[in-house]
Write a protein of this length. Structure first.
Length: 294
């Protein structure tokens, strides 16, 4: 699918970013951006590789070296400056599967939002949103490896549901941006909030700060829809100890609670307190503060 107004095709390239010893080289159009974002396959939603397939050696080397104390600053700096095209072997691999990777609802084993963006923006200077690699994939994987095994059965279900809701909301926002200039996202369950933001049609992925702001606005909805109100106190304490949105304060995350409906969140907290002890209600409120950068 193409955007309504594509720039002219400047030519064809068969050796672009392809090792010289590779005899069968992919043919790609040079100088054309496909801004139309195809929908993800239903089967990928809820998986960390929805955001990024960890194929690049530079990425793997970076995340293996970070410590708990420096993880955020390291991943943030890496994601903001990294050029995934520098890994020629990965570029070759993706280019040879380009048509499958940009197809709507692709089920290719190398598909991800990050790789899909790369294959739709070749030679036009656009970089994939840093969110895909950093907060999206890195923290999704971190929670799965570090937090998931420590949670109760209810906590594990919450983590899986919240992860899926995050990606469902992201798909919804990307789809709406293909149709117009306004994104309106409501919670999957009644009373958990909503938000609206204005983004020029087809431009959501192309401004890193705008995309970060959109992505973080979806977090409170996913946490609440996942059922955080009903988790045991010990799960809430463990969740509160994980990296939170305050780490991304430079992207204006202080707005998100207001924009997603602080009134409904406060109502939810009061209702939850009716069914738990005063101590547990306090923990819930502290978890909300932590997760939502209130």
């Amino acid at each position: 699918m193409m955007a309504e107004k594509d720039p002219p095709i400047l030519g064809e390239g068969s050796s672009m970013l392809t090792p010289t010893d590779h005899k069968i080289r992919p043919t790609v159009q040079v100088g054309r951006c496909i801004k139309e974002v195809p929908p993800a396959a239903e089967s990928i939603l809820g998986k960390c590789t929805y955001y990024y397939q960890p194929l690049h050696g530079e990425y793997l080397e970076t995340v293996e070296k970070v410590s708990v104390s420096s993880a955020w600053e390291t991943v943030k700096a890496f994601a903001s400056s990294w050029d995934p095209w520098k890994d020629k072997e990965v570029a070759r691999r993706l280019l040879h599967r380009r048509e499958r990777l940009i197809a709507p609802e692709s089920t290719d084993s190398d598909w991800s939002r990050h790789g899909n963006f790369m294959m739709r923006h070749i030679g036009c200077g656009h970089k994939p949103p840093s969110y895909y690699v950093s907060y999206g994939y890195y923290y999704c994987s971190h929670y799965g490896a570090e937090l998931f095994p420590k949670l109760s059965a209810a906590g594990k279900e919450w983590l899986m549901l919240a992860r899926r809701y995050l990606q469902v909301n992201m798909e919804d926002g990307l789809g709406q941006n293909m149709r117009g200039d306004i994104i309106d996202i409501a919670s999957q369950k009644p009373g958990n909030g909503s938000f609206s933001m204005s983004v020029q049609k087809h431009e959501l992925e192309l401004n890193d700060e705008t995309f970060q702001r959109f992505a973080f606005k979806t977090h409170p909805l996913a946490y609440l829809d996942g059922g955080i109100a009903h988790l045991p106190a010990m799960d809430l304490i463990k969740i509160a100890g994980q990296p939170n949105l305050q780490e991304w304060g430079s992207f204006g995350t202080y707005e998100q609670v207001k924009d997603t409906g602080i009134g409904s969140i406060n109502t939810w907290a009061r209702d939850a307190a009716d069914s738990v002890s005063e101590g547990t209600a306090d923990i819930i409120n502290r978890v909300l503060d932590s997760l939502m950068a209130k």
